[in-house]
Ligand binder design. Sequence first.
Ligand code: EPU
Length: 327
Amino acid sequence: MQKLTDERIKALQLVLPEARRDELMSAHTSMKIGGPARLYLIVSTRADLLNAIEAAKSHKISFYVFGGGSNMLVSDDGYEGIMLQFADRSYKIDGTSIRAAGGALTGVVARAAAEAGLTGFEWGAGIPGTIGGATYGNSGSFGWEMKDAVANVEALKISTNAIINYSNAECRFGYRDSRFKRDPHVILSTTLELRTGDREGALKKVAEIMEKRKASQPQGYFSAGCLFKNFEYEDESALEKLQTQVEEIPEAMLKQKRISAGWLIDLLGLKGTKIGNAQISPIHGNFLVNLGNARAQDAMALSSLVKMKIRDELGIMLEDEVQLVGW
Ligand code: EPU
């Protein structure tokens, strides 16, 4: 990416005076990794977000909109453009639907839904980051995904500058995938459609989900959740090499035609592997944890090492789930 000159940075700062210079992304990502964003601005309303995007576009400066920073690996060189953190945390419950701004915190919305006696989004309580991020990546856990709860999504299409309301089908949700990953958009708000349940039952479910996460995923570490997508396959020939290495593939994975990346990493004994201060969690193979001041370069080298080993030894190519920024 071309270096931004001081002149161009200052020109954009004139129209966005609150934008900070050389803000370390390690302060804003759950991994606590990442070099400086040349410019950094927190936008708390939708109008401020649209205004900042417009300004970046007219100055021909790259921009990147992020929510919670919980699924990002930013390079040590940082980002040569303006980072916009969408921090409109608002949401509104109306009957069984909830309209949440892209910057609303997923966990907060999920708890509020349960408090209001709505059911169908309890699983969201343990999902880090924002509703915009969760919609973008069709986040999920324990068998549910955003696509099960989304009624529609309002997003700014970058190429045409149009604000479009997409129905659930138009979002083209797939496993950790949506149209927004392929056709650049900024998610402004998501409306969820839930069902009437009972408050006690919903809150109990929230508590159970949090317990389940605690039992299987590392807690209290700096990480970005799952590093890789689980491996999806069409026909079993994709598993030929894996089958020579393992006695039995768990039934649940075969049924879903999706092999857990964490399980594969565990199978090769890679849990605990370290490069610098980046480590494959000893608790869950698909979590990369920062043990303290890890460099992005180390995290990337570790991720590549895991990918190569899985490819060479098991014949499976893992895909990143974490968003790579500034590489
Ligand atoms: N397993 C191991 N060793 C490991 C990790 C997992 O043997 O190191 C086994 C588990 O014992 C279990 C199976 O693999 O039998 C599946 O593990 P788990 O239930 O942890 O689910 P996962 O497939 O590894 C997925 C999502 C998670 C989500 C959990 C729970 C992906 C990439 N990951 O993980 O989502 O929280 O299910 O529903 O789809 C994320 O997307 O960032 C994420 C963390």
